[in-house]
Design a protein. Structure first.
Length: 128
């Protein structure tokens, strides 16, 4: 159990997720990462990949999170399991910690300090 907690903390430190406020401008060349269609619906919350990009060896994923319920829902956190072409898996944590109104869509950006441009699948989980 301690190993799992330590792994989760390490992954949280390596990957940063939060509400997207403003996209930074960069004068350096940006590598565009392929975008694979990825959507999931869990407990009336829909997750969809909006954009994925790799820049300076780091990868960021923009997710649209939509509350499909007829009432506001509080979303604490979600997990995205990124499966790479070599079948290795990286786990990212998206900490939201906010109430999402009915039919509202927010954008969450999750970043990873390495190149994940060779991903082939994304799987989502809700954290209570």
């Amino acid at each position: 159990m301690k190993k799992i907690i330590l792994l989760c903390i390490t992954l949280l430190l390596l990957s940063g997720c939060g509400n997207k406020t403003q996209q930074p401008t960069s004068t350096e060349t940006e590598d565009k990462t392929k975008t694979i269609e990825s959507k999931a619906e869990l407990n009336d919350i829909q997750f969809s990949l909006k954009d994925a990009k790799t820049e300076n060896g780091a990868t960021s994923f923009d997710f649209e999170v939509t509350n499909l319920a007829n009432e506001a829902k509080y979303l604490k956190e979600f997990i995205v399991k990124v499966t790479l072409e070599d079948d290795n898996m990286i786990t990212l944590s998206g900490v939201v910690e906010q109430e999402i109104k009915s039919q509202e869509t927010i954008t969450i950006t999750c970043s990873y300090g390495g190149n994940l441009s060779n991903y082939k699948a994304l799987d989502y989980e809700l954290v209570d």
